[in-house]
Design a protein around this ligand. Structure first.
Ligand SMILES: Cc1ncc(COP(=O)(O)O)c(C=O)c1O
Length: 364
């Protein structure tokens, strides 16, 4: 069914299907804080097994899982190594500093993906002048890096290097299943090089909320304490865990459709005068493109599109991000591309993009 409004702002806008709502309704529940919610317990075991790790903890959000991981791996005053585009350091309200007293040293990778050369020399010497370098953070797929998936061999190099240098490795895998599908590896193959991995259920997997943090038993034990400390401990969360189980069983393989739709949209807008896009850089469900600066701004194009019932947010002064997901069809994407063409042909320079002020480049 085609949508009235074509909402390409994020895969977080997806609504639970009737079948997912039924799974939520049918869920057996208990007090998760006491380890008594059977559905949460089942989900945690299922994902830990899927990733080949000892334990998992179900959480409210991807931000919460990432910040619990930072807290579980680091002590106050420690430093993490992370790409400059990383979600953990840019879009989590300064959580690493505020919640864990941790600072970040930024790496300059390509599309948010870095390699051993970028890490060389970045571990602080053991000297009282320096903070302790503790953790390497990897994002897969990269969000602001461009929706790119880490090649497995590169993750192996980075993971092995980090471990040889006494560092831990956390993967922000908000869209890890998209990455696995794009690159043709299993999430277990990828997780082998990480000490902890967070995965979101509320994005391409189509759940109303939820994320999970996976790792060895000691890390997850410490992360559970951080979850309580950060105010995110749960009670009868089995209803939402049931949605996550449903998603793992029904919504993973179909992510390929979202990737195909992203390609369709990217190829269609590549033909439009005033739009700049490298189609070969589109690897998952995120399509980043630019408006030529002599034609207007990203906020102006976004405002014009909104008038035509297409929602695409700016992600920089000229840059926009369109995200495909399970609530938009190939036909919706082709229609959205036609509307981008109409807007560019009729001119966007007069549009008032100020409705986006303040939230313009927020990431989700
Ligand atoms: C790469 C990445 N990590 C983490 C998050 C945080 O997820 P949440 O919005 O559930 O806190 C997002 C959300 O946009 C994301 O894109």
């Amino acid at each position: 069914m085609s949508a009235d409004i074509i909402d390409l702002r994020s895969d977080t806008v997806t609504k639970p299907s009737a079948a997912m709502r039924q799974a939520i309704f049918d869920a057996e529940v208990g007090d998760d804080m006491s380890g008594e919610d059977p559905t949460v317990n089942r989900l945690e075991k299922m994902v830990a097994d899927l990733l080949g790790k000892e334990a998992a903890v179900y959480n409210c959000s991807g931000t919460q899982s990432n910040q619990m991981a930072v807290r579980a791996h680091c002590q106050q005053g420690d430093e993490i190594l992370i790409d400059e585009s990383g979600h953990i350091v840019n879009y989590e309200a300064g959580g690493a500093a505020a919640l864990s007293g941790v600072s970040a040293r930024l790496l300059h990778g390509k599309f948010g993906i870095f390699d051993v050369e970028d890490l060389e020399g970045k571990v602080r010497p053991d000297n009282q002048h320096y903070c302790v370098t503790r953790l390497v953070c990897v994002e897969n797929t990269t969000n602001h890096g461009g929706g790119r998936a880490w090649p497995l061999a590169q993750m192996a190099r980075v993971g092995n290097w980090a471990h040889e240098h006494g560092l831990k490795v956390h993967v922000d895998g908000a869209r890890l299943f998209n990455a696995a599908i794009a690159q043709g590896y299993t999430v277990k193959d990828f997780a082998r090089y990480a000490d902890s991995i967070s995965i979101c259920f509320s994005k391409g997997l189509g759940c109303p909320m939820g994320s999970i943090l996976v790792g060895d038993a000691g890390t997850i034990y410490r992360a559970r304490r951080a979850r309580k400390l950060f105010g995110g401990a749960l009670r009868q969360a089995g209803m939402m865990a049931a949605a996550a189980i449903y998603a793992l069983e029904h919504n993973v393989r179909r992510l390929q459709i979202d990737h195909d739709n992203a390609q369709t949209f990217a190829r269609a807008i590549a033909q439009i005068d005033g739009i700049k896009i490298h189609v070969e850089n589109v690897e998952s469900n995120l399509v980043f493109f630019e408006v030529a600066s002599d034609r207007g701004t990203s906020a102006q194009l976004s405002a014009r599109l909104l008038e035509r019932r297409v929602k695409i947010n700016p992600s920089g002064p000229q840059r926009l991000r369109a995200c495909t997901h399970l609530d938009v069809t190939k036909e919706d994407l082709l229609r959205a591309a036609e509307i981008v063409r109409d807007c560019m042909e009729s001119g966007i320079a007069q549009a008032n993009g100020s409705h986006l002020a303040g939230s313009a480049y927020a990431s989700r």
